[in-house]
Design a protein around this ligand. Structure first.
Ligand code: SAH
Length: 346
């Protein structure tokens, strides 16, 4: 961020950051209304778009004009709005699209929680719970439409990171791979394709597993992939030789993280390995996107992004040794854990 704004005056740099949410929220409108899908085959008038989206045409025009001024949509000479390279990234079902991420991050849950960031900073407690009166996972369990959007957003991000993660995650030789908090199973489907003799188990909350079933069936992988609707604080499926936790530990405080890790320790075969896939926060004030993801955790989940030292301590407390960290071209790395000799899970 510092690098991006270095070329403008300090006042303009401040102004850009202060008003960043204006453009972000305008992009949210495009994502929510599916505007990028509606113009993907060619430009449409605002009147047409307003009818198709059930919106107020003059107001929709103002949003589109503002977005077009920063490269999202393009207005032609006859006043019709068409696609741009940026709007392709909001189309549904296009590889690399982040439409559902825009909808969840800037929509009905994360955005109100971020609005109360000050509450978290003053109290150390969750802004989300303050605004909604319940934890985020409970909210999604009782709001299926929002949950579907959130789970799809996680799949979108996983798909973007996937080539880098699969490159760094060597699962050759593992026979039963468990992805705990594996969401809809997006990563597992790619693992099973890459390792044809492996079997997979995905455990997640019941409403998420329900969606996962459709994905696994559609990919013809149901014979090799078990789906478990459960709670990883109670237990994780037994007998795996590889346990993956991707973007799970950052959702929880140390105590809860250690509980999940201990459940993996307890369940895994003696020579099993643990693979935690997370960003590792570097020391110093260099730009690093996950320093802001950490604030997302502060307001949404009560978890945190961690440094190598912090991950090492978590692993040790759960009976694992942090064997190696394999970085990727993205900020996300694979942290490999092995059981410390002589550790019995308490
Ligand atoms: N690993 C996936 C999803 C990460 S989001 C990915 O990287 O795309 C965190 C996941 O943890 C969500 O799918 C959420 O439903 C799941 N989760 C939260 N609490 C859980 C619990 N108590 N037991 C099992 N899964 C849980």
């Amino acid at each position: 961020m510092a690098a991006e704004v270095a070329s403008v005056s300090p006042t303009m740099a401040v102004f850009q950051v202060l008003t960043g949410f204006w453009s972000a929220r305008a992009v949210y409108i495009a994502a929510k209304l599916g505007l990028a899908d509606l113009v993907k085959d060619g430009p449409k008038t605002v009147a047409e778009l307003a009818v198709l989206t059930g919106t107020h045409a003059p107001s929709l025009y103002r949003v589109l004009r503002a977005l077009a001024s920063i490269g999202w949509f393009e207005e032609d000479a006859s006043g019709r709005f068409g696609p741009t390279p940026l709007t392709v990234g909001l189309q549904t079902g296009v590889p690399g699209s982040l439409r559902f991420l825009a909808m969840t991050e800037l929509g009905e849950e994360h955005y109100p929680a971020w609005g109360d960031l000050l509450f978290s900073v003053k109290t150390g407690k969750l802004a989300f719970n303050q605004v909604f009166g319940m934890a985020n996972w409970e909210f999604w369990a009782s709001h299926p439409e929002n949950a579907q959007i959130f789970n799809q957003a996680m799949s979108e991000v996983t798909a973007v990171l996937e080539p880098a993660v699969l490159e760094a995650l060597d699962l050759s030789g593992f026979k039963r791979i468990v992805d705990a908090g594996g969401g809809k199973g997006t990563l597992m489907t790619s693992i099973l394709r890459a390792y044809p003799s492996a079997r997979g188990v995905v455990i997640d909350l019941p409403h998420v597993i329900e969606q996962g079933r459709q994905l696994i069936d559609a990919q013809g992988l149901s014979a090799r992939c078990e789906l478990v609707a459960g709670d990883f604080f109670e237990s994780v499926p037994e007998g795996g030789d590889a346990y993956i936790l991707k973007w799970v530990i950052h959702d929880w405080d140390d105590e809860r993280s250690i509980a999940i890790l201990k459940n993996c320790h307890r369940a895994m075969s003696p020579d099993g390995k643990l693979f935690v896939i997370e960003a590792v926060i570097p020391s110093g004030s260099e730009p690093f996107f996950h320093k802001f993801m950490d604030l997302n955790m502060l307001v949404m989940t009560g978890g945190r992004e961690r440094t190598e030292t912090e991950y090492r301590a978590l692993f040790e407390k759960a009976g694992f040794h942090l064997n190696r960290i394999t970085s990727t071209p993205t900020e996300v790395a694979v942290l490999e854990g092995v059981r410390r000799t002589g550790t019995e899970t308490q």
